[in-house]
Design a protein around this ligand. Structure first.
Ligand SMILES: [Zn+2]
Ligand SMILES: [Zn+2]
Length: 381
């Protein structure tokens, strides 16, 4: 018996056709659950941190505990592909390849059923709500998770722009620390004919935006990289007789580590307070969609390197981290672990683009590198 890649491809396309947004992955979770149940896990937990599933294959003998994580959620993006398994939900589609990542773990379930562990245990974590940064937090905070003590944690992300099947690794930071700040400005409305009688936040909005952007240092090869991106702004209302009395500025901030990000946040709140004072406005701050930097342990990254070599896969050493956030950073902050990349093709559309689609060929290479990791850890004496 061997792994049924045709069946896995069918599963990936079923998940693709019926995508669900972060926190609402119930049908996707049901599909995954029905699939992995056929492969005799020793334990299955459902509804972990929301729609999460944790399936365990346990040798019953002492040994290391390994955790692999995949994501279940899709994005609020309208798919423009026209193939027969295209998204059937308007405005929602799998544009980060989480349909593929989950399917790879389902393939690993088949592998674990065919190749019984001789020692230790393997847990497969199907995590909800990665895209909004809530899922990893919810899984780790769930009381069932406190019983686990993984020796190693691993996750992969497909990477458009890299040759198909290449394994992309880096010690230390792999993905950026990301936070989104909402700067709320409160002044006072007045008659639009008499703006001098109110406190209109328009100039403060422009000064805060400009000053925040001068703090950006968008050079990923530098260790003090900082990216400041205005994503949304709101001011006043479409009532043409009223001078605006409040506004909000939403910025996304990225650095290579949590400390630098904190420094950038402090600089932006400080300058916003100064500008608000100048225009007699009240200012408050909110944060959302927080992602810790993924910090790869070199011990775990070396295991990925060995697996790739043993499986004759091309290994690429990445010179600097990726600028996107990935909430697996919460796992690598707590456990020895590694997030690595799996090349998805030089010409594949980028992640989160409306024409992106996860290449089915990667299911096999994903299962291969993960099973190699299990061999590296649980075959060693
Ligand atoms: Zn994504
Ligand atoms: Zn993703």
């Amino acid at each position: 018996m061997s792994i049924n890649f045709e069946q896995l491809k069918k599963l990936r396309r079923e998940i693709h056709a019926d995508p669900e947004l972060s926190g609402r992955e119930s049908k996707t979770a049901d599909k995954v659950l029905e699939f992995i149940r056929q492969y005799n896990p020793d334990d299955i937990l459902t509804q972990v941190g929301g729609q999460g599933i944790i399936a365990t294959w346990d040798s019953g003998k002492p040994g290391k505990e390994i955790l692999f994580r995949a994501e279940l959620d899709a994005l609020p993006i309208e798919e423009i592909n026209t193939f027969n398994y295209k998204s059937t939900r308007q405005g929602v589609s799998h544009k980060c390849g989480h349909d593929g990542h989950s399917t790879i773990l389902c393939g690993l379930a088949q592998h674990l059923n065919l190749n019984k562990l001789k020692q230790g245990k393997v847990r497969l974590v199907f995590q909800p709500a990665e895209e909004n940064g809530e899922g990893a937090k919810a899984i780790i905070a769930d009381k069932v998770f406190s019983k686990f003590s993984p020796d190693f944690v691993f996750a992969l992300h497909n990477l458009p722009g890299y040759p198909l099947h290449d394994i992309v690794v880096k010690d230390g930071t792999f993905t950026a620390a990301v936070n989104s700040i909402i700067i709320n400005l409160n002044g006072k409305t007045s008659h639009a004919a008499e703006p001098e009688l109110g406190f209109n936040p328009a100039l403060a909005v422009s000064e805060i935006t400009k000053a925040s952007l001068t703090l950006a240092n968008n050079f990923p090869e530098k260790s003090d990289m900082s990216v400041v991106t205005p994503v949304f702004m709101e001011m006043g209302s479409k009532d043409y007789g009223i001078s605006a009395g409040k506004a909000s500025v939403h910025l996304t901030l990225r650095c290579w580590n949590d400390e630098n990000l904190k420094k950038l946040e402090d600089q932006i709140t400080q300058l916003s307070e100064e500008v608000a004072r100048k225009y007699s406005l009240k200012v408050t701050f909110e944060y959302t969609q927080t992602f810790h930097a993924n910090m790869n342990a070199s011990s775990a990254t070396d295991i990925v390197r060995s697996s790739a070599k043993n499986k004759k896969m091309t290994l690429v050493e990445r010179p600097y981290p990726f600028k996107w956030g990935e909430d697996f950073g919460l796992f690598t902050a707590r456990y020895e672990g590694c997030m690595f990349g799996l090349g998805a093709g030089i010409n594949l559309p980028a992640l989160h683009n409306p024409d992106y689609d996860f290449p089915d060929e990667l299911i096999e290479s994903g299962v291969k590198v993960f099973s190699g990791i299990i061999d590296e850890i649980l075959s060693a004496n």
